[in-house]
Design a binder for this molecule. Structure first.
Ligand code: ATP
Ligand code: MG
Length: 392
């Protein structure tokens, strides 16, 4: 176990000494049992937020209305959340207000899936009230309690089921999947931002293709933007560590719907720029990347466009590794490496400042990239006065 886990155990010890219960819960327990990297370790406790604050000298109210306090224990941060149940669910969404309770059992009951509803005590005892351990062994996602009831409480859980199966390579237990099929339309009640967050986690998953198949089988795909049923085979080889690559690939497959997709999933400005750059690079690759393409496009954009071509089963006549090699072998890597600037041009011509400077500098970059001149002031001056000016 990692550093954060150690901090969690120390915090649990301090809470217990103060006379309360505390355990590690949720995703951390699941990932620990799966031998996966544990990301954030959540501690749950019978102590109320105010009581937690009395135990630790340094705390931050990060989500006190939900019972979550960020404890800085010996300078190390860990989230501690009071055992709680959720209030009444309206419009198929999770409620804003929660009720604090003193029993762990009630806290575990409100969690979505059996694999997410376990706790682990300081001494290593696992509290598994719903068969989560067995479901981990059998690799299934199963709702805690009655699946239909749980999905009607919070429809996002339907998409979470699919995201977890994409991450873990698990199947969805039959009744749980049936319940999603019946109520898939309820996903419309969920804010698109939350849908996009789950999809973003899905893009980074190890089993995206399987996840998308489940998205279709569960009928959830009908309520999302993107033509998943017709394009499913084009996702077979998809694999990435970066969610924006998933969004970009979705846009490649649904080019005519770029704006619709961008709006539906609330793409940021940065995501939109990345996607446009990748699609442009992908198009450029259809003919051949020029020195200018290598020069003006970021490595990750070029590599992503390359991956797309592979996933689309196009013939690409070079290895992915050569992209970086070609880029590094360019005489200049960026505009500011050009050995001259606008002032040089003005000095050499005694012409006035104007838009011609940018034109000339762009031409100089191309001349350097193509090896018509070396990148030093002397050669560039020669090129400029003989070739550039005379050509005009
Ligand atoms: P990851 O952090 O990898 O996405 P996680 O299991 O930690 O996975 P979180 O969204 O961080 O997922 O939630 C932490 C825990 O809170 C879950 O393990 C689950 O027990 C509970 N939980 C989260 N969202 C819901 C929900 N919509 N309905 C019920 N329980 C939930
Ligand atoms: Mg988490």
């Amino acid at each position: 176990v990692n550093e954060e886990w150690r901090v969690a155990l120390r915090v649990i010890d301090k809470i217990e000494r103060a006379g309360f219960e505390a355990v590690i819960v949720g995703g951390a327990v699941r990932d620990f049992l799966l031998d996966r990297t544990v990301n954030d370790v959540d501690v749950a406790t019978s102590a109320l937020p105010s009581e937690v604050k009395q135990i630790f000298s340094a705390t931050v109210d990060v989500g006190i209305e939900h019972g979550t306090i960020l404890v800085l224990d010996e300078g190390e941060p860990i989230e501690v959340t009071t055992y709680r149940t959720e209030g009444t669910y309206t419009d198929y969404r999770r409620p804003e207000e929660v009720t604090f309770v003193r029993s762990l059992e009630q806290d575990l009951e409100r969690r979505d899936f059996t694999i997410n509803a376990m706790a682990i005590k300081k001494d290593g005892t696992i509290i598994d009230l719903f068969g989560g351990k067995q479901d981990i062994e059998q690799k299934v996602i199963r709702a805690v309690g009655n699946a239909t009831v749980r999905f009607r409480e919070d429809a996002l859980r339907m998409l979470r089921a699919i995201r977890f199966s994409a991450q873990l390579g698990f199947s969805i237990e039959q009744k749980t999947l049936e319940a999603i099929k019946v109520d898939s339309d309820l996903i419309d009640f969920i804010a698109n931002e939350r849908i996009a967050m789950e999809m973003a986690k899905m893009w980074k998953s190890d089993y995206v293709y399987n996840g998308l198949r489940l998205l279709i089988d569960s009928r959830l795909a009908r309520y999302l933007v993107g033509n998943f049923p017709e394009q499913i085979n084009q996702w077979k080889q998809f694999k990435t560590a970066k969610p924006e690559v998933g969004w970009a690939y979705l846009c490649l497959l649904n080019r005519q719907d770029f704006q619709k997709i961008a709006d539906f999933y609330h793409f940021s400005r940065k995501e939109k720029t990345f996607i446009r750059d990748v699609l442009n690079a992908y198009d450029a690759l259809q003919s051949k990347w020029t020195a200018m393409d290598y020069f003006s496009t970021n490595l990750d954009v070029l590599e992503t466009a390359y991956d797309f071509a592979i996933w689309q089963n196009l013939d690409v006549p070079f290895a992915k590794e050569s992209i970086q090699k070609v880029k590094n072998s360019l005489p200049i890597q960026s505009r500011d490496q050009l050995a001259i600037n606008g002032n040089d041009l003005i000095a050499w011509t005694s012409r006035k400042k104007g838009p011609w400077i940018k034109v000339a500098l762009d031409a100089a970059i191309i001349a350097v990239l193509h090896g018509y001149t070396e990148n030093n002031a002397e050669n560039l001056k020669e090129w400029f006065l003989n070739d550039f000016i005379n050509e005009r």
